[in-house]
Design a protein around this ligand. Structure first.
Ligand code: FMN
Length: 161
C-alpha cells in the first residue's frame, strides 16, 4: 500500500459512526454467529437496501453467505459490553447471552436500539473486505434509547441532556 497504513487507519477513525452487531444462523451448525461492525450504511430507499463491510477472512463470512439472511443489531449507548464481546474471541460471543429469534430465524440481541431483518441480495469484493448488501424485511425499534457512537478507536459519551 502506498499510503502509510497507520495514517490511513487514523484518518478513517476520525469518522464517527454507530456500532452494529451483524448476526445470522449458520445453517451447517444451526448455531448463531455474530460480529461487531461499524462499516454499516443505508444504501437505497426503494428497494430498502443496507450494506456492511466485513474482512474477507472473518469468522462469520461463510455462515452469512450460506444463511442468505442476516440481522443488523444497531447497538444502544448502554451496549459497549456487547460491542466488545462480538469483536472478541469467537467461542465466547454467545456464552450466557439471551437472544431472540426473528421471524426469519436470524438472531436479535435484546436491548439493541434497532434491529433490521435482512435478506442477503449480493456480496461484492472490496479489497481485503467483502461488501454485503441486504434487503430489509422487517424493523424492530426500542423507543427512548440512544445510539452507541464509535470514533477514533473509542466510544463517545453523550453529553447529559
Ligand atoms: C467498534 C468496532 C467496529 C468494528 N467494525 C468492523 C467492521 O466494520 N468490519 C470488520 O470486518 N470488522 C470490524 N470490527 C472488528 C470485528 O468486530 C472483529 O473483531 C474482527 O473482524 C474479527 O472478526 P472474526 O473474529 O469474526 O473473524 C470492529 C470492531 C469494533 C470493536
Amino acid at each position: 500500500m502506498s499510503l502509510d497504513s497507520r495514517s490511513f487507519r487514523k484518518a478513517l477513525g476520525s469518522f464517527a459512526s454507530g456500532v452494529t452487531v451483524i448476526t445470522a444462523i449458520d445453517p451447517e451448525t444451526d448455531s448463531p454467529v455474530g460480529v461487531t461492525v461499524s462499516a454499516f450504511s443505508s444504501l437505497s430507499l426503494d428497494p430498502p437496501l443496507v450494506l456492511f463491510c466485513l474482512g474477507r477472512t472473518g469468522s462469520c463470512v461463510s455462515a452469512i453467505e450460506a444463511a442468505g439472511r442476516f440481522a443488523v443489531n444497531i447497538l444502544a449507548d448502554d451496549q459497549r459490553d456487547i460491542s466488545a464481546r462480538f469483536a472478541g474471541p469467537v467461542d465466547a460471543r454467545w456464552r450466557d447471552l439471551a437472544w431472540e429469534s426473528l421471524s426469519d430465524g436470524s438472531p436479535a440481541l435484546p436491548g439493541a436500539l434497532t434491529v433490521l431483518e435482512c435478506v442477503l441480495t449480493r456480496t461484492i469484493e472490496g479489497g481485503d473486505h467483502l461488501i454485503f448488501i441486504g434487503e430489509v424485511q422487517t424493523i424492530l425499534s426500542r423507543d427512548g434509547a440512544r445510539p452507541l457512537i464509535y470514533q477514533g478507536g473509542g466510544y463517545l459519551d453523550f453529553p447529559l441532556p
